[in-house]
Design a protein around this ligand. Structure first.
Ligand SMILES: [Zn+2]
Length: 460
């Protein structure tokens, strides 16, 4: 029997251990998509206790606690931080096979030096140890100790980016904290608060003006080092329309007349194409996140709002629409470097093949299949994502892992990913499917862990 999560956790062969310890482990981190609050970084936020750092905003943990039958007051309710932590420890104790089990223990080791097992019996000693150590682990220290070179947050175009501005002028913190341009609210023309949002953008009276406003905001983001845009959507919209039609749909919405589904898709398609052209022109990456259904429980949504752990994998998307959108951008040779993420792993192979149709010599892996995302962010999900990418495309060009997290402790997920990566490629070498070519293996591993992202996002 192997020891529990030892130095060679997830690394079952000699080659896997060599690739991980000699090449992967020492690579810095570029966390190119996360949901950290830049204010917390600027203020160098301190967490009073491990519950605040672990359970404050982590809806992955919330859903596991609900699944284990924990009452809501111990999850998002008015129970004390200590009581919540005890419930979390009791939940984790039996969560065999869940990635949270591994992530939590990696975090306990990496940040708190705790090498034991967290369960109901050890909860008190872990609580005391972590709270003591947290005094010397404010946000910036957690980032620096994790060897992070750059991170990209997720920000609304209307955001003042005040904390990014302050951070960019702070010579004392060497990590690049860059804004990510996420104009979802500008696309969601069917939302009740859409007109309020247009006011936030500075007042908009035509589709042409909306385009101008977004371009102004994007330029502002670029002035603070923005390298990525991001779009979150249930499905990929793709219904072509003339400029006149789209302008008329938008003009009607400004008068309070709601679009029907087809008009909404026409508007979204047109605006996505306009934005895609901008991303291409300014040389930044376009990320598309799709295949998700948000806020499935309207009862919990009413009580807790968004990001409460009540989302799910959505239907497989229309690959025809996805290919159509990429083609519409590529038609005029204005397709930006693009990262595609579907929450539905059933889309994996199709995404790989669509990507293959739009690759070219301007970048290695110019169109990327983003890292196994959210509900796929675990050993099986990562293996199936990378196996699919290797089978249909060019795994060596993959830009690798991101945390997509709201927690400063989540960098341990990069370690988890790197172990899975080295185990997978190591198994091919052990099996005689790929040669033990030291130079090539090193290039592949260091590329996927760090160097590909550094090049792709122009952070070198
Ligand atoms: Zn995200």
């Amino acid at each position: 029997m192997r020891p529990f999560m030892d130095r060679d956790f997830l690394l079952s062969s000699e080659t896997a251990r060599h690739l991980y310890h000699d090449y992967a482990a020492g690579m810095p981190i570029i966390d190119y998509h996360c949901h950290l609050n830049p204010r917390d970084i600027y203020d160098n936020r301190r967490f009073e206790n491990i519950s605040q750092a672990w359970l404050g905003e982590d809806h992955y943990k919330w859903r596991l606690m609900r699944s284990a039958g924990v009452e809501e007051r111990y999850i998002t309710g008015d129970a004390s931080d200590y009581e919540k932590f005890r419930k979390w420890a009791g939940t984790l104790e039996l969560a065999a096979g869940n990635p949270l089990y591994h992530w939590s223990h990696l975090e306990l080791r990496n940040y708190f030096g705790y090498r034991g097992v967290l369960n109901s019996d050890t909860a008190d000693e872990v609580w005391e140890l972590c709270n003591e150590k947290l005094k010397a682990l404010p946000a910036r220290t957690l980032i620096l100790d994790s060897n992070v070179r750059a991170l990209c947050t997720t920000d609304d175009p209307a955001d003042s980016l005040v904390w990014h501005r302050k951070l960019s002028g702070d010579q004392g913190f060497p990590v690049k904290v860059l804004p990510g341009f996420r104009p979802d609210r500008a696309l969601e023309i069917g939302e009740a608060a859409y007109l309020d949002y247009m006011e936030r953008l500075g007042g908009v009276n035509s589709f042409a003006q909306l385009r101008e406003r977004l371009e102004e905001r994007l330029k502002f983001f670029l002035s603070l080092g923005c390298r990525v845009s991001d779009h979150g959507m249930e499905a990929v919209p793709f219904v072509r329309a003339t400029e006149e039609e789209v302008s008329a749909i938008f003009a009607r919405r400004l008068k309070g007349i709601m679009p029907d589904k087809s008009e909404e898709d026409k508007f979204k398609t047109a605006l996505l194409i306009e934005l895609g052209h901008m991303y291409h022109r300014f040389g930044i990456v376009m990320q598309l996140h799709f295949g998700v259904i948000r806020d499935n429980s309207s009862r919990l949504f009413r009580e807790l709002g968004p990001n409460a752990g009540i989302d799910s994998i959505g239907d497989t998307v229309s690959i025809k629409d996805l290919a159509g959108l990429l083609d519409a951008l590529d038609e005029t040779d204005e397709l930006a470097s693009t990262v595609l993420y579907s929450l539905n792993p059933g889309d994996n192979a199709a995404i790989e093949t669509v990507m293959g149709a739009f690759q070219d010599s301007r970048a290695v892996g110019r169109i990327q299949h983003g890292s196994a995302w959210w509900f796929n962010d675990h050993k099986q999900g990562m293996i199936s994502h990378m196996t699919s990418l290797a089978s249909e495309g060019y795994l060596a060009g993959f830009i690798g892992m991101l945390t997509d997290s709201r927690s400063f402790l989540s960098y341990a997920r990069h370690e988890y990913f790197r172990r899975v990566l080295c185990e997978l490629i190591g198994s091919w070498v052990e099996n005689g499917e790929y040669p033990a070519d030291e130079k090539a293996l090193r290039t592949i591993i260091e590329g996927i862990c760090f160097k590909n992202a550094e090049r792709y996002f122009k952070l070198d």
